[in-house]
Design a protein around this ligand. Sequence first.
Ligand code: PLP
Length: 390
Amino acid sequence: MHHPNKDGFFGNYGGMFVPDTLMPALEALLKCYERIKDDSAFTEELAYYLHHFVGRPSPLYLAKNISKKFHKTIYLKREDLNHTGAHKINNTLGQILLAKKMGKTRIIAETGAGQHGVATATVCALMGMPCDIYMGSNDIERQSLNVKRMTLMGATINSVNTGSKTLKDATTEAIRDWMKHVENTHYIIGSALGPHPYPLLVRNFQSIIGKEARKQVLEQAGTLPDAVIACIGGGSNALGIFYHFLEDTSVRLIGVEAAGEGLETKKHAASLSKGKPGVLHGSLNTVLQDENGQIQLAHSISAGLDYPGVGPELCYLKEKGRLESYAITNHKALEGCKQLAELEGIIAALETSHALALLADKTVLSDNQTIILCLSGRGDKDMETISKHV
Ligand SMILES: *Cc1c(COP(=O)(O)O)cnc(C)c1O
């Protein structure tokens, strides 16, 4: 149930929709991963860096003031306290160690807002590997601080001028590079997306979040939570915190997508709520499309949720009824951000703020419940946007 079938499908979703030239690389990646994933040298090295470099375990913090305000017991899983400020480093660290085991000498990655690019450039500096980041030219302009960070750590930024000049186009270029240099290059994908085995790899590397959270909540509250909540871009922080609760059927798993300007407009990124099955970047998932099946441009105030697709395992869990999903507008997300800052002294990323905004919705969450919310990242990167609106 929690493992894709041999063709990489979770139920009806996933697969490997890539050119023939890439199939051997994907098969080699899966083979290597299956061989070393339980190997003690690999797990110990990963655990070492997660602790000493990233700062894990991240705290599970009982947020008293918002608990009081919303009449609930609310725990925040503090991924914002990780090195580089979000959960993405859990995945980039796992993948670069895997790349080293495969004998790869070069790393490439795509990035939209630059968060995954920064997390990739960080582990490449750590491991002394050269790194090429693909980024849309529009994003390079909008995210100059992250471009400077990546450059300072020695990454090469490749500007992509095709299409909408954003994440979707950067991903296409990264795949093209990989096809050309597949012998020596590993492609680090940034979310639980793309062709098999990436959704499996990324979910497993991120599942450290929920593994810690489940143990911490049992220690601190003496009970499992009523619900676990996370925001959904491609699905990596959500699957990361959900995974170890999947068998706990009393625990509701709740994902929050970006409703942008509203689900009734075309300006949103709610692929689980509004998408239709389609192939995007190597796998079959629910994707935002127009009447002719063309991929629709996604929109969200938070760059990390601004993607027209979502990974296969979440599509599957939603279809099976294990995952509930809701969508939160830009406006409500900003309110959620402001509230946490004022009441708890924590500035959350705008992605995370979508999950925070759901706490106010009594039709979804009744009083006196115990909730864990994945605080996927910190809001420093969003300060300009936040101060413009609040
Ligand atoms: C990238 C990002 C997300 C969205 O990505 P997922 O793969 O869905 O987790 C959410 N929160 C933060 C802080 C991010 O940087």
